[in-house]
Design a protein around this ligand. Structure first.
Ligand SMILES: CC(C)(COP(=O)(O)OP(=O)(O)OC[C@H]1O[C@@H](n2cnc3c(N)ncnc32)[C@H](O)[C@@H]1OP(=O)(O)O)[C@@H](O)C(=O)NCCC(=O)NCCS
Length: 168
């Protein structure tokens, strides 16, 4: 899938093994430690290689003038007792400076197309409640029915220390 982008051609295509480093480094710029799409996912080399190995049809990059400027990594999920196949868009990112130029929408359109071909009937995303730009982008792609999810933490190291003190 190609599109004219600032007089250069944007090419949205499947990610290959040669793109892994570029995708990893671009993700490092976007998904810093302050950015948490969810508590249980972090951006690291294992995340990309695992997704690439399990669902490489749903791992896409956007290339502009020979440079990887965006990516979308998805997977499919089948739930027990549900006839529906879900498409989970786990990571999408566009190079800072090129955002708001249509690259994310192009990546999303191609991923959605591939998911439909795989029999997906419902797409899912999750992101931090503070990621207003991301939420706005997803709404523009047609997502709705926002469900709030609560994370809670329990600091086990502190509790452990307290107990040990009490014992002495
Ligand atoms: C979210 C992201 C992938 C969107 O990519 P993009 O190339 O900037 O998006 P597009 O240019 O295709 O924008 C599509 C629509 O979303 C809107 N949008 C995109 N970024 C936006 C922002 N920062 N603020 C408000 N709206 C935004 C655009 O206005 C556009 O709507 P329009 O067609 O009415 O103008 C990109 O901003 C990004 O990499 N963000 C950081 C990583 C992230 O948050 N990923 C999502 C969670 S994994």
């Amino acid at each position: 899938m190609t599109q004219q982008h600032n007089e250069q051609q944007l090419d949205v295509r499947s990610m290959t093994i040669d793109d892994l480093a570029a995708v990893f480094h671009l993700g490092e710029q976007l998904f810093t430690s302050e950015f948490s799409p969810s508590m249980y996912r972090t951006w690291d080399e294992y995340e990309i290689t695992t997704m690439f190995n399990s669902d490489n049809e749903l791992c896409l990059v956007a290339e502009l003038a020979g440079e990887v400027v965006g990516f979308a990594l998805g997977t499919t999920v089948e739930k027990q007792n549900s006839p529906w196949k879900y498409g989970y868009l786990v990571w999408i990112g566009v190079k800072p400076g090129l955002q708001k130029g249509g690259t994310g929408a192009q990546l999303f359109a191609e991923l959605k197309h591939r998911m439909v071909e795989q029999g997906v009937r419902m797409m899912l995303i999750d992101t931090d409640a503070d990621n207003e730009a991301g939420i706005h982008f997803f709404k523009k792609q047609g997502f709705g029915h926002i469900q709030k999810h609560v994370y809670m933490t329990l600091n086990l190291s502190k509790k452990h220390k307290k107990r040990r003190k009490g014992k002495v």
